[in-house]
Design a protein around this ligand. Sequence first.
Ligand code: PHE
Length: 509
Amino acid sequence: MAEDAILGFLESNVNISDSGQFAADVGIDHNEIINVIKSLHGFRLVDAQDIKREKWVLTDEGKSYTVAGSPEVQLFLAIPLEGISREELQKKVDSSVYKIGCAQAIKNKWVEMGKQLVSRKIQNVEDRVKDLLLRIRDGEVIDQEDIDALKRRKLIALQTWKGYSLQRGPNYAPKRKKAVTDLTRDHLQRGDWKDLEFKEYNFSAKGPPAEGGYLHPLLKVRKQVQNIFLQMGFEEMPTNNFVESSFWNFDALFQPQQHPARDSHDTFFLKVPSTTRELPEDYVERVKRVHEYGGYGSRGYGYDWKREEANKNLLRTHTTAVSSRMLYLLAQQKPFTPKKYFSIDRVFRNEAVDRTHLAEFHQIEGLVCDRGLTLGDLIGVLHDFFSRLGMSKLRFKPAYNPYTEPSMEIFSYHEGFKKWVEIGNSGMFRPEMLLPMGLPDDVRVIAWGLSLERPTMILYGIDNIRDLFGHKVDLNLIKRNPIFLRNKFQIRSAEMLCLFRGLSISLPT
Ligand code: PHE
């Protein structure tokens, strides 16, 4: 509407000399007119020049006197002809009217403040202040002297008024054509592209930021741990089977079939396919025998071992399932060659999800297989491995795993908390596990495991595992992390020590 009014007016008139006056004439708010002028000016439909005017406007106090009259007149009228005591007069008018009114009325010599009475000195007064204020409100020009007086009383204030004068611009048209952004098939078919105005390209506009790939913190720490193993001469085991049979996950590890971990409350079993297709039969036979009767110096568990139980498919509960497969394969190679193996991959447990537990997480596992290894070798390797992660003060506590004897929980000393924090689990694989595989009598296997989530959470200052893994992960967190991780981690190893030791929460190891 404002646009039509302006462009229409300029069609038959040379210019609009004052946008304020124009707004008043067409009955449109001046601010609206201004906005349209700016836009029309931008597209050169009009040429506009600033005009600035200073104008006196009434303050709130000034405005109130245009209605109630000036305080001096209000006060004057409150004084009866016979006079009035100050107390009585004060009761009759507002306190501000009394204060200002007295001062002004005395100055004007309208009233006399006697000892007893306040009385009028003249019969009638006229309210000049109110009249002046009304004239200013109506935009009339008044004497500088009066202006000064009203300004001093803070009844008026100077306001800068901004407007425009304008005339047709080089692109003037009585109606603005909307610039088109895209040339379409319809434009071509109808032929109206000839008359269309196309929006100009903005070559200095910024394009959307280019998105690259980002590594998840778990992948970065995984890489760091992987590098440590590689530096120590370990080979990575293939871990690309989340689905495993109970046989390799439990039976081969000398874990009895009644063990509570083999319950569906702790382990996810598969419905389809519910059982494994093949197992190495002669080895299965030896595993069955060692569970039932023992052998190799062991008494076994003395129960009725069931093949159906071993056939059940599950989501592997630990990466030690991978280790058992690899050790079996190694045992088939003659002559025996010592090996150092590691793995870092996902495992699954049917757990209640909370701040520190998920139903799936990652395990880091290392093992060394050689003739005549001892517990001292295990402790030595653990010191080497963990000091590369920044943890050199270690302690071990006897523990129990069905597949290791002896077994040790690994603790690291936390300098800040002044306490020992559990960081992993370890042991020497039992002869009941290794000998049925076919490994030579004097071959020993030392092994340890820990979770990947734990050091990652500490490194990245995450205290809820659900912020690290799963659908609630903040992608921005991943994007903000630096890309160059290798150098960063080398620098960070000391820092990691402090952080690692700072953990009070318990994560699955
Ligand atoms: N498999 C064990 C776990 O899940 C870790 C472990 C690995 C313990 C190797 C001893 C030897 O906690």
